[in-house]
Write a protein that binds this ligand. Structure first.
Ligand SMILES: Cc1ncc(COP(=O)(O)O)c(C=O)c1O
Length: 402
C-alpha cells in the first residue's frame, strides 16, 4: 500500500522529538526533555467544579457538536482577556483552535504550496517546523540573536529572493521566551520585524504560548498590539501553558479574510473544538482569579529557573566551553556545547547515565541543521532532580570531552 502514499508521507519519518521521547520511559531517567507545564499549577478543584456544573446544568448541549469558529462565550471572554494586553479585536478577528499545534497547522495549510519560502529563526519551535514541513517549504533562516531575530539578515535574504522573482509567504516568530532558546525579542526588534512585514507585504505569524509566564523584567508589547489592527500580524495562542494542555484549546487571531479561511480549513480537518473544554476555558477567563493564578505560576517557575541556573553554574565550569541562555520567562533554556560534540550522540550517552534533554537539531529546518545545541526544560523536574540531573549531565559531557 505504501506506494500509494503521497510523496511527502513516503519520506516522512515522524516528528523527531517523538522518537527521542520513547527513550524516556525508564522511571530512573531524570528528564529535562519534556515541554510540560507543571501539573502543580493546574487549578484542579476549579476545573472539577465547573465541569460538574456544566454537565449538570447543560449536559445535552455541552456534549453536542458545536460551532466551527468556536463558542460565543469563549470568543467574548478571549476578546476581553486580550484587551488587558492592549489587543482590541472583534469576533471577526478570532477563531478558536483545538490547541496551538492546530493553529500552526492551519497557517501552513492556508499559505504554503510545495517549495514556498518561509522566514524563521534558528533555532525555532520544532512543532511549527513539523506542521509546516507537511507542505514541503523552503527556508530563509538566520541565527537568533540575544535580542531576537536577525532582522537585517532576514531583509538581505528577502531582497535576494525577491530578485529571483519569489516572495516569502510569512515570517514565523515566538517573541516571548522562545521555545526552544528562551530568548525574548526586544521592543526594537519587534518594531523592526513589523516594519519588515509591512515593507515587503509578508504576514508576520506571532506564536505566543508563554506570554503570561514572565519571571523578571518588564512586559514588552506583542507585535500584534504594535500593529494596531493594520492586518499584518496573525497571532497564535493556546491555553496549554496558562491553564493546562490536556483540554487542547487555543485561538488564532488576525484579519477577517484569514480567520474566515481558517474556519473553512477547520471544518475539513477538525470540525469543532469540544464545547465542554471551551466552556471550561471561558469559565477560567471569566470566573477564576487570573491575577493570582499567573502570579502563583510565575513564582513557582521563577524559583525553578533560578535554582536551575545556579546549579548549572556550579556544575559547568568555564573551561568546559559550554554556554546557556538566561531566560526572562517560559519553560526552556538553551545550551550550546563545543562544536565537536554532536548532541544527538550525547543524548544516547546521557540516556545511559539516566538523564535526558532534547537534542537541538530538532529545532532547525532540515536544510540548516546544527548539532551542538540542546534544549533544557527546567519547569517540570523537582529541585532534587535538577541537582542530580545537572550533575549527571555535566559528567556525561566531561566524559565525552575526554
Ligand atoms: C512555541 C509553541 N507554539 C505552539 C505550541 C503548541 O501548543 P499546544 O500544546 O497548545 O498544541 C507550543 C507547545 O509547546 C510551543 O512551544
Amino acid at each position: 500500500m505504501k506506494e500509494l502514499f503521497t510523496e511527502i508521507m513516503k519520506n516522512f519519518d515522524g516528528y523527531t522529538i517523538g522518537k527521542t521521547l520513547k527513550y524516556l520511559r525508564d522511571p530512573e531517567i531524570i528528564s529535562f526533555a519534556g515541554g510540560l507545564p507543571s501539573s502543580d499549577i493546574f487549578p484542579m478543584d476549579f476545573i472539577q467544579e465547573v465541569t460538574d456544573r456544566f454537565l449538570k446544568e447543560n449536559g445535552a448541549k455541552v456534549l453536542q457538536y458545536s460551532q466551527i469558529p468556536g463558542e460565543k462565550n469563549l470568543i467574548d471572554a478571549v476578546i476581553k482577556y486580550l484587551e488587558m494586553d492592549d489587543i482590541r479585536i472583534g469576533p471577526e478577528n478570532i477563531m478558536i483552535t483545538t490547541s496551538g499545534q492546530h493553529g500552526l497547522d492551519l497557517v501552513g495549510r492556508l499559505f504554503l504550496e510545495p517549495q514556498d519560502v518561509i522566514v524563521v529563526d534558528l533555532p525555532t519551535f520544532g512543532g511549527a517546523l513539523a506542521a509546516f514541513e507537511m507542505e514541503s517549504p523552503q527556508y530563509i533562516a538566520r541565527n537568533i540573536m540575544d535580542d531576537g531575530s536577525d532582522v537585517t539578515g532576514f531583509e538581505a535574504d528577502i531582497k535576494e529572493l525577491l530578485d529571483q522573482g519569489k516572495k516569502p509567504k510569512f515570517i514565523y516568530v515566538v517573541p516571548d521566551f522562545q521555545n526552544p532558546s528562551g530568548i525574548t525579542t526586544s521592543l526594537e526588534k519587534r518594531l523592526a520585524l513589523l516594519d519588515l512585514s509591512k515593507k515587503y507585504g509578508i504576514p508576520l505569524v506571532e506564536d505566543s504560548p508563554y506570554r503570561e509566564l514572565r519571571y523578571r523584567e518588564e512586559n514588552i508589547p506583542s507585535i500584534y498590539s504594535l500593529d494596531k489592527n493594520e492586518g499584518n500580524v496573525i497571532g497564535l495562542y493556546t491555553f496549554s501553558k496558562i491553564l493546562c494542555p490536556g483540554l487542547r484549546v487555543g485561538f488564532n487571531i488576525g484579519p477577517p479574510e484569514v480567520i474566515q479561511k481558517f474556519t473553512f480549513i477547520k471544518e475539513a480537518n477538525i470540525l469543532n473544538t469540544p464545547k465542554l473544554n471551551q466552556d471550561i476555558c471561558a469559565a477560567f477567563l471569566q470566573e477564576y482569579d487570573l491575577k493570582s493564578h499567573f502570579a502563583r505560576a510565575c513564582s513557582y517557575y521563577r524559583e525553578k529557573l533560578d535554582f536551575f541556573l545556579d546549579t548549572v553554574k556550579d556544575n559547568f565550569p568555564e573551561e568546559m566551553g559550554i554556554t546557556w541562555t538566561k531566560p526572562e520567562g517560559g519553560l526552556f533554556l538553551w545550551m550550546t556545547v563545543p562544536e565537536g560534540i554532536d548532541t544527538m550522540d550525547l543524548f544516547m550517552k546521557a540516556i545511559d547515565e539516566k538523564v535526558a534533554f532534547v537534542p537541538g537539531e530538532i529545532f532547525y529546518p532540515w536544510s540548516h541543521v546544527s548539532h551542538n545545541t540542546m534544549r533544557i526544560n527546567f519547569s517540570y523536574p523537582t529541585k532534587e532532580q535538577i541537582l542530580e540531573g545537572v550533575r549527571r549531565l555535566s559528567a556525561v559531557v566531561k566524559k565525552y570531552q575526554l
